[in-house]
Design a protein. Structure first.
Length: 290
């Protein structure tokens, strides 16, 4: 069965959400609609719909004009087994001592690494993205420096690859959280696939707002691979939940946003330990001084 997409962009979150809601009333009706901010700092939003029947391009043109959007681009997608496609395209990733791979590459795992099994179909955080790779490299660098955190939190864990990396090399407490229950379920499945069932509590929470996170605080290390806005909002809570001398590894930050994030964390008692850019993404390793 063919699948059609209809995509456009426009300025403003409110108009983008309103356009997405208006698309729900189209005939033929879309099977799914997405509204996403374009992560380039331009305040541009992308609105897209998926259709099993070809959408009415006249209706789309009227909607675009009504909400001040660019003309929709309609495309027919070929029938593709996307999981199989991703498995073919995503090769294993080495990040220092850590090796992130899928089941289809189990024969490529080196003997002298810390293996982290993540299925390509299981949400964000396979290690191929510059943010996840940057966090793994930052953690590997701390371990090489002799840093041994006793309490670790992975905030916005996604696949929980960072929490798993910590759990595999440390004996202390590791807690993972995400605001999306689907991500929490994925994290638990990945824990099981890596022999870590029961080792890392995975909870649905925004920031540190969960009893399991509160009980385990303060932390010697916190991963927060999210986005600039949530990272800035999290800074005061991060300061309250990281020990003096503890570290925070932050990512999900576009290179041009890094100085703004640093300024907020400097104001909350952190200093810069290390900074790495991978393509358009920056990873910051910060140290809590007081």
């Amino acid at each position: 069965m063919p699948t059609f997409t209809a995509l456009t962009t426009l300025a403003g979150h409110a108009d983008a959400e309103a356009l997405g809601e208006a698309m729900e009333r189209m005939t033929p009706e879309p099977t799914g609609i997405g509204v996403f901010e374009v992560e380039d700092g331009s305040a541009t939003w992308e609105v897209g719909g998926y259709f099993t029947d070809q959408p009415d391009e006249t209706e789309l043109a009227l909607l675009a004009a009504t909400f001040g959007a660019k003309p929709f681009v309609v495309s027919e997608l070929p029938e593709t087994d996307w999981v199989a496609h991703v498995r073919r395209e995503l090769s294993p990733v080495a990040a220092g001592r850590f090796f992130v791979y899928g089941n289809h590459d189990a024969d490529k795992v080196p003997a002298d690494c810390i293996p982290l099994l993540i299925e390509a179909a299981m949400a964000f955080g396979t290690g191929h993205h510059g943010t996840t790779l940057g966090c793994l490299r930052a953690f590997d660098r701390l371990l090489d420096q002799g840093v041994v955190p006793a309490n670790v939190a992975d905030i916005g864990c996604g696949t929980a690859v960072l929490a798993m990396a910590a759990a595999k090399v440390l004996d202390g407490v590791v807690v993972a959280s995400d605001i999306d229950q689907v991500a929490v379920d994925v994290a638990l499945a990945n824990m099981a696939a890596n022999g870590l069932t029961g080792r890392v509590p995975c909870v649905e929470a925004a920031g540190f707002a969960h009893p399991k996170l509160t009980r385990a605080a303060p932390y010697d290390l916190v991963f927060a691979n999210i986005l600039k806005g949530p990272l800035v909002a999290l800074a005061p809570d991060m300061a309250r939940n990281v020990t003096a001398g503890g570290r925070a590894i932050l990512s999900g930050i576009l290179n041009e946003q890094a100085d703004d994030v640093l300024a907020v964390y400097f104001a909350n008692g952190f200093n810069l330990d290390h900074r790495e850019e991978i393509v358009e993404w920056t990873t910051l390793t910060l140290r809590k001084e007081t």
